[in-house]
Design a protein around this ligand. Structure first.
Ligand code: C5P
Length: 227
């Protein structure tokens, strides 16, 4: 089958909207592949910090994006392990600092361009669920179903707080809320691939809704759609 025949579902939205958990659950229910595109941007940010690259040096950042290798190793019932240039970096990638660095380098057009083919290479049979900010608008505009998730900033900060606490990180809710709002503003206001719903996206506000209900709603849309 050529790539054009392989269905893609895109799940975009701001940080803490439930994208990651929902996309992963959906991919599992469908038996499809999963792309965590945010992890690629986080990995480039981490590799750039290892190499002491100045975050204002667009050319060096773009080279770093093209050269950084990222591997996901699936684990049953747990988040995958992520290896950056061969180094197991799963915890380092999840910090808010890694998120903020990712958001800074993600605003550089040449960095985004360097990651396009890498992201599209995840489109493998029988299908792909792709999670990010521009999956439906830029990377997979031909996706069969495009979802844009939102949730109130307070609830997003609270979800993030629980997630990070569970993983053993020391964080405070008020700091997280501030960081999330700053990251959203930067992601939404950048000129290239800003965070916004595709014109044909299904908008779902996940405030006060359980993950399972959202997954069921999206799954019903996918199954009702001939692809
Ligand atoms: O989704 P996650 O929080 O891991 O993403 C980290 C950062 O990477 C986002 O704040 C955003 O700036 C950037 N990103 C992006 N485009 C994507 C995925 C993530 O710009 N498709």
């Amino acid at each position: 089958m050529d790539k054009a025949g392989i269905p893609v579902v895109t799940i975009d939205g701001p940080s803490g909207s439930g994208k990651g958990t929902i996309s992963r659950a959906l991919a599992e229910r469908l038996g499809w592949h999963f792309l965590d595109s945010g992890a690629l941007y986080r990995a480039v940010g981490l590799a750039a910090s290892w190499a002491d690259i100045d975050l204002n040096d667009d050319d060096a950042l773009a080279r770093c994006a093209a050269e950084t290798s990222v591997q996901f190793v699936d684990r049953k019932g747990d988040d995958p392990l992520v290896f950056v240039n061969g180094v197991e970096s799963s915890s380092d990638l999840r910090t808010e600092l890694a998120g903020a660095t990712a958001s800074a380098i993600a605003a550089v057009p040449a960095v985004r361009a360097a990651l396009v083919d890498k992201q599209r290479s995840f489109r493998q049979a029988p299908g792909l669920v792709a999670d990010g900010r521009d999956m439906g608008t830029v990377i997979f505009p031909e996706a069969v179903i495009k979802v844009f998730l939102t949730a109130s900033a307070d609830e997003r900060a609270e979800r993030r707080y629980k997630q990070l606490k569970q993983k053993g990180f020391e964080v405070t809710l008020s700091t997280l809320l501030r960081e999330i709002l700053a990251r959203d503003a930067r992601d939404a206001e950048r000129p290239v691939a800003p965070l916004k719903p595709a014109s044909d996206a299904i908008l779902i506000d996940t405030t006060g809704i359980g993950i399972d209900e959202v997954v069921d709603r999206v799954l019903a849309q996918v199954l009702a759609n001939p692809y």
